[in-house]
Each structure stands twice: as C-alpha cells, then as structure tokens.
Design a protein around this ligand. Structure first.
Ligand code: PLP
Length: 400
C-alpha cells in the first residue's frame, strides 16, 4: 500500500465512522435502524437566519471575505462575547473559522511542536487528541469520573500538567457527558493553571447555551481575567443556532496567537463563506427563541432517557447538566453474553451487538477515551428515543 505523511501514522480511525457505515448497511437491508450516533441538532436553522444569507447573496456579498472574518460578523461576535460571557475582545482579538473545529486546528498548528503535551480531560470530543497528534504532540488525559458527575476536578488536572504541557483543553458543557464547569470550579482550575504561565488554555464553549435547570457553565477568561492573555475562547453557531452545515465557528484570544492562527488559515482555506458569515451575524444578533425551545426539548428528552436507562439493572446513567447527549455506563454488562450469542467484554462489543441485534446505533465510550460507556445523542424525537430505550432494556435483560 502507498505511504502517507508521517504525521498521519498511528492516527486511529474514529469508531463513529465504522458504526455509521454498519448502520447504513443494516438500513439498506431493510432493518428499522435507530441512529443515536450523531452529534447534530434535529432543528432547522431559524428562517430569519436563512433569509439573511439570501439577502447577503443577492446584495453582492459574494467576493473573497477577509481571512479572519467580515467586519460585520466580528462586530456581532464582540457583542456576543461582551453580552453573554462578560468578555471584551477587540477586532484584532477575534477570528472566524470554518467551524469551531478549524479554530482548534489553527491554534494547535500555530503553537505545537513535536514532543509538546496537550492536556485533555476525558471523556473528550475526539478532535482534540487527534489534531494534537497530527502536529506531533502527545495528548495527556485528565479523567473526569462518573461519581463526580463527570466534572473536572482541579487536583486531577494538576496531576496531568508537566513542564512539557503546551495546552489545557476545557470543554464545558462537555461532549459527550454534558457536564458543566461552574465558576467556583473554574476558580480552582485557574489556581492550578497560574503555576504554569506558559500553558495556553483552549476553552471550548460551543454548548454553552444548552444547559438545564438554570445551570451555568462559565468562561475561564471571565472568571480568571489574569489568564485571558493566554486563553482562546472558542464558540460557534453550529449547536446554539442549529447551523452545523453553515460551517461558522469563532475564537476570541490575544492578538498575537490570533494573528498566527490567521496565518495558518490564510494558507489553508482563506476566509469562511461570506454568505454563511452574514447568516451567523444574523443568528448572534437575533432573538434567542430557538435556543429556549431547544433547551426545553433537550431537557425533557434527557430526563426521559436517563429515567428509562436507570430503570435497567446493569446500566448506570449520570444526569447530564447540558449539551444533548446521555453517557450511560455499561460496566454491569461486561463479561456477559447477548441473546444472539455475542460476548461483551468492552463497550465497543456492547455497541456493536446492540446495533446488530436491536438496530440501535450508538458510539462506545472508548471513542471518547473513557470506558465502559456509550454515548447516545438525544437530538432526535421523543418517540424514537423511547423506542431506543425499550430496545436497550430488552437487549440488556437478554444478557446471560
Ligand atoms: N467542540 C465540540 C465539543 C463539538 O462537539 C463540536 C462538534 O461536534 C465542535 C467543537 C465543532 O463544531 P463545528 O466545527 O461545527 O463548529
């Protein structure tokens, strides 16, 4: 076989892709597959946002946009950071990218050298360790335990830091657990980070609006203003405004790293689609109606799913504080055999057998660096979720 760049050596293929491929194949065979594998809101982009894009296209906003974002969107982002996060950023401290994902890519490419370490709390969204590895860095994990509600403990973070640490990633509300990081916890985390003045902080707040029961995940740059000069605050419109396909994410941070990230992006993709930027500005400046609808809906579904799963002997399930996933534990099912004769030794075995025997697609916790769990997306209808829980209960009660 052909060889590719060394930087791709040893990068694992995401388990999500294999699950999705098998789910599609089963569907094609006529099976009633339920997919809870995707991390994508099941809402439509608000019509006013679509209309803003339409108008932008008609009125000539169709030329190359500036690499770091249109002035109009950057101004809307500055207002958003001030209004919602208590953070003041100048235009030189803001940059727009193709999704939050490109913010991470830009930031890591601009700063990481081989041998550097990136501290990533587990379970994690898969992209942080994968992108870090692409640049020769080593991810170092800080486990967030189920018994702590998957919140990050400052003492656990402290154990992961070394003289080689270049970045600490914070992602709250968290994908996949929904755990948040309240201001008091961030203040403790900030104390740890003060002892490492050369470490950058990536605060991925893309799920910030999706929090339940009045919970609030704060921004570290606001809680600890002395750390703002080394923090990238990442956000975007994908999750809060149901705009995953528009590919607009953004970052606030010190001007020097933002300039370096602009340099990276200028050589990769240039500026983000001008029409999508106009849509994103309309979303950020628009009314929060969709957000409150989504929060009420995700909260209701989450409670129903957690209650249904907790009723199944062999499963555990922490109550997610935000985002739109549930992360049930399957430790009580390991070492057993399914009704279809499959032995379950890992969460990957569980997810595979659940798909093959009950046609429910999930993602095993191993994909997020913490086993034995499954991630279920609640971004699908109440009825479908109820049916999925019924099938999971049947699957687990059939274990021998
Ligand atoms: N951060 C987290 C934690 C995510 O789950 C995602 C998407 O799944 C992103 C960032 C990136 O989203 P996007 O690139 O659509 O802005």
């Amino acid at each position: 076989s052909r060889s590719f760049a060394h930087r791709l050596n040893g990068l694992p293929a995401p388990a999500t892709i294999e699950m999705a491929r098998r789910a599609r194949a089963l569907k094609a065979e006529g099976r009633a597959v339920i997919s809870l594998a995707l991390g994508e809101p099941d809402f439509a982009t608000p019509p006013a946002v679509v209309e803003a894009a339409h108008q932008a296209a008609l009125n000539g906003q169709t030329k190359y946009p500036p690499v770091d974002g249109t002035p109009a969107l950057k101004a809307a982002i500055a207002r958003k950071f001030a209004r919602e996060n208590g953070l003041d950023y100048t235009p030189e401290q803001i940059m727009v990218s193709n999704g939050g994902k490109q913010v991470i890519f830009n930031a890591f490419m601009a700063t990481l050298n081989p041998g550097d370490e990136v501290v990533v709390p587990t379970p994690y969204w898969v992209s942080y360790p994968l992108i870090a590895r692409m640049f020769g860095a080593t991810p170092v994990f800080a486990p967030c335990a189920e018994e702590d509600g998957f919140r990050l403990r400052a003492d656990v973070l402290a154990q992961a830091l070394t003289p080689r640490t270049r970045w600490v990633v914070l992602n709250f509300p968290n994908n996949p657990t929904g755990a948040i990081c309240p201001a008091e916890d961030l203040a403790e985390i900030a104390k740890v980070l003060r002892a490492y003045p050369d470490v950058w902080i990536l605060s991925d707040e893309i799920y910030e609006h999706l929090v339940f029961e009045g919970g609030r995940s704060a921004s570290i740059a606001a809680v600890a203003p002395d750390l703002k000069d080394r923090t990238i605050t990442l956000n975007g419109v994908s999750k809060a405004y149901a705009m995953t396909g528009w590919r607009v994410g953004f970052a606030g941070g010190p001007a020097d790293i933002i300039a370096a990230m602009r340099g990276v992006q200028g050589n990769a993709t240039s500026g983000v689609c001008s029409i999508a930027q106009a849509a994103a500005a309309a979303a950020l400046d628009g009314p929060p109606d969709l957000i409150s609808t989504m929060v009420a809906t995700y909260s209701r579904r989450r409670t129903a799913v957690v209650q249904a799963l907790r009723a199944v002997p062999g499963l555990t399930c922490a109550m997610p504080e935000g985002a739109f996933y549930a992360y049930p534990g399957v430790a009580g099912c390991l070492g057993r055999t399914t009704a279809g004769g499959r032995r379950i030794d890992t969460d990957h075995d569980f997810a595979t057998a659940l798909l093959e025997e009950e046609f429910v697609a999930t993602v095993p916790g191993s994909a997020f660096g913490q086993s034995p769990y499954l991630r279920l997306s609640c971004a699908t209808s109440d009825d479908v979720l109820a049916e999925a829980c019924t099938r999971m209960a049947r699957f687990v009660s059939g274990l021998k």
